[in-house]
Design a protein around this ligand. Structure first.
Ligand SMILES: [Cu+2]
Length: 149
């Protein structure tokens, strides 16, 4: 009986260790495919979290520099700039990263991203308590949004 109780305790610990603190869902992730010598491209997706979190950073194996960007009209000029303080994902609200708005910018590309390739993105989130979580996303490479009919 004692052995059984011990193994139950172990099971609970294992489950806790592998369960992330926030349920973060990333859908419709895609990366704009590139032509040879192109230096930069963007990644787009929909992010939903049960708990309010911030997207702090992104890492990829295809680019040396990866940033969270924001596109905004300034006067009548569309400008793009880094958003270094993180992107707020409010609880249970889907935030869409799309062209013309927020996006992940991959710069200093190490290779050509061909349509049909899969690009792995590691998204780093943080919650209000300072807990960090990395979500790995496999994004489809395409010249246009593959989720739009
Ligand atoms: Cu950008």
């Amino acid at each position: 009986m004692k052995t059984l109780r011990m193994s139950l305790v172990c099971l609970v610990l294992v489950v806790e260790a592998t369960t992330a603190w926030a349920q973060i869902k990333v859908e419709n992730a895609w990366v704009r495919a590139t032509v040879p010598k192109q230096q930069a491209t963007g990644a787009f997706m929909k992010i939903t979290s049960v708990e309010a979190v911030k997207l702090m950073a992104v890492n990829t194996t295809v680019a040396k520099t990866n940033e969270i960007h924001e596109m905004k009209m300034e006067g009548d000029v569309m400008k793009m700039r880094a958003h270094p303080n993180g992107l707020d994902i409010p609880a249970n609200t889907t935030v869409e990263l799309k062209s013309g708005g927020y996006h992940l910018m991959m710069m200093e590309l190490e290779l050509t991203i061909k349509a049909g390739d899969t690009v792995t993105l590691q998204l780093q989130f943080i919650n209000a308590k300072g807990n960090k979580q990395v979500v790995t996303v496999n994004a489809k490479a395409s010249f246009k949004d593959p989720y739009k009919p």
